[in-house]
Structure formats: structure tokens, C-alpha cells
Design a protein around this ligand. Structure first.
Ligand SMILES: [Zn+2]
Length: 276
């Protein structure tokens, strides 16, 4: 596993690489624009060049982007759909310019329309995106905790999206340990069965795992990240997952920075110490 973290792009997108190297990351996740807005300011060519050059130190296959938070591909509402489509198009385009190969997105919330309608909305948006654009970047569907009407808490739902899209080759998977445990996949007490099932199903499509511990106990559907080893998942789980050969080429991304200085140094050092 290539251990890394979600790094800030504050100041200049290129600074994320400096932050990652400073934290001793082997991989990195970033937002490609302000994560709380529909629209972002255009990336200056110079910043793009700096970022692409800087990536050679980390390796361009060691980086992924995470979508902004307002996007909801599962929505049946026209205004949300058109805004989500434009934001997806913009962010995937940014990834291509920045030579980022993977774009992690939460499948979305059906907000009352029903799960099947929501899943079909996601499929049709993905197909429209790749029908209209020749994006290199592939979409990684993230496992979610199942809060509210959010889809993606059940692996069958992620399979449904991949199986029904006309672009299965443009779709991959991002696991999240906190979300899966909250959704009812017992990574703590039933690690082998859960991970076997997950790899039997998705295999090499699994490109990223978000390494988050959790503040809430099993199957509570609550999405609250905790520092590595300090939550309900605990040290043993992380020791297993980072040493699991099936995750050899997967990016392991921390998303909960240390409070005082917003770095990941201590947690990354802790994880690297668990390597056997
Ligand atoms: Zn996420």
C-alpha cells in the first residue's frame, strides 16, 4: 500500500505536493477546487505546469482527486442535476490537465426518489459525462456509511452502477474503512470475509482506500472520522489492512489531519511502524 493523505491546496495547487512530501506521504489526495462551491476559479497554466512537474517526485499514479461536496449525481431534481453535471465536467477536466488519473466521488443521495431511481440517475450522469467528453481520468465510486438517503453503503449498489453503465472501464472503487464499518461491513471482527468479498467483486478496480478510524460503533450509519488507532476500528485492523498483499498497489489515504498543525506526520509514522 502506498500510504498518503488528503492534502490542502491552499495558496497554490502545487503546494499540496510540498505538504505531502513534508508529511512523508507515498501517495496523495486533493480537491481540485474549493470543495464547498459549485464553481471554482480557473487554474492558471503556470500552476498546472508546476503541479505536473512536481508530481514526478511522488509519481502521477500515486495521486487522486476527491470531488467537491455539493455534487449529487443521484438527484432527480433538474437544477441539482445540471449543476452536478457541470461541476463533474469541470473537475474531471481539471484532473486531466493536472494528469490525475482517479477522481473519487460519493455516489449521491436520492433524497426521496427511491434507491433504484437514484442509482439510475447516477448511471445516466456517468454515461452522459463520458459520452460528451473524452476524459482520461476515471471515476472511483466511494463506499459510504448510509446516512440519510445516501447510496453506496451496500456493495451491490456500486456493482449496479458499474454493471449498468456503458463505460465500466471508466469506473473504479474507493473504499473507506470508517464508512464500511458504519454501513455494517465488520472490518474489525470479520476482516477476511469482508475483504475477500470486496476483492472477489471488484478486484483491480479498487484503486484507493480511505484509512479512517471511526468515532461510532459498528453499523451505526454515522460518518465521523477518528484518528488512526484511536477509534472503534483500532490498531489491529490497520495493521492487517496495510500489510494485506491485495492492497499492494492501492493508495491508502488518511483524511483526518492532526489538530494542532494540520499535518499527518504522526499518523503516517504510526502506520509505517505497523509494516511487517
Ligand atoms: Zn469521500
Amino acid at each position: 500500500m502506498f500510504l498518503g493523505a488528503h492534502e490542502s491546496i491552499a495558496g497554490n495547487i502545487h503546494k499540496s505536493i510540498d505538504r505531502a512530501l513534508d508529511d512523508n506521504c507515498e501517495s496523495m489526495q486533493i480537491f481540485v477546487k474549493n470543495a464547498n462551491r459549485w464553481k471554482g476559479k480557473k487554474l492558471p497554466e503556470k500552476e498546472i505546469d508546476q503541479f505536473v512537474q512536481g508530481l514526478s517526485t511522488l509519481g502521477k499514479d500515486k495521486v487522486c482527486a476527491h470531488s467537491s461536496y455539493l455534487i449529487n449525481m443521484a438527484s432527480s431534481k433538474n437544477d441539482i442535476r445540471s449543476k452536478s453535471f457541470l461541476a463533474m465536467e469541470d473537475e474531471l477536466g481539471r484532473c486531466d490537465k493536472l494528469t490525475i488519473p482517479y477522481f473519487v466521488v460519493h455516489p449521491g443521495a436520492h433524497t426521496g426518489a427511491g434507491e433504484t431511481a437514484g442509482l439510475n440517475n447516477i448511471v445516466s450522469m456517468i454515461d452522459d459525462l463520458y459520452n460528451k467528453n473524452n476524459f482520461e481520468c476515471i471515476i472511483l465510486l466511494e463506499t459510504t456509511s448510509g446516512t440519510g438517503t445516501n447510496l453506496g453503503y451496500d456493495l451491490n449498489q456500486l456493482s449496479y452502477i458499474i454493471d449498468n453503465s456503458v463505460y465500466p472501464g471508466k469506473l473504479g472503487i474507493c473504499l473507506d474503512s470508517c464508512h464500511m464499518y458504519a454501513a455494517g461491513y465488520d472490518l474489525k471482527n470479520d476482516y477476511e470475509n469482508v475483504i475477500n468479498e470486496t476483492f472477489d467483486r471488484f478486484g483491480k478496480k479498487i484503486k484507493v482506500i480511505h484509512l479512517n478510524d471511526t468515532k461510532y460503533d459498528f453499523a451505526t450509519k454515522k460518518d465521523r472520522h477518528e484518528f488512526i488507532g484511536k477509534g472503534y476500528l483500532g490498531k489491529e485492523f490497520f495493521e492487517k489492512v496495510i500489510n494485506d498483499y491485495r492492497f499492494e498497489n492501492v493508495l491508502g489515504i488518511l483524511e483526518t489531519p492532526e489538530n494542532e498543525d494540520c499535518t499527518y506526520k504522526k499518523q503516517l509514522a504510526y502506520l509505517k511502524n505497523l509494516r511487517s
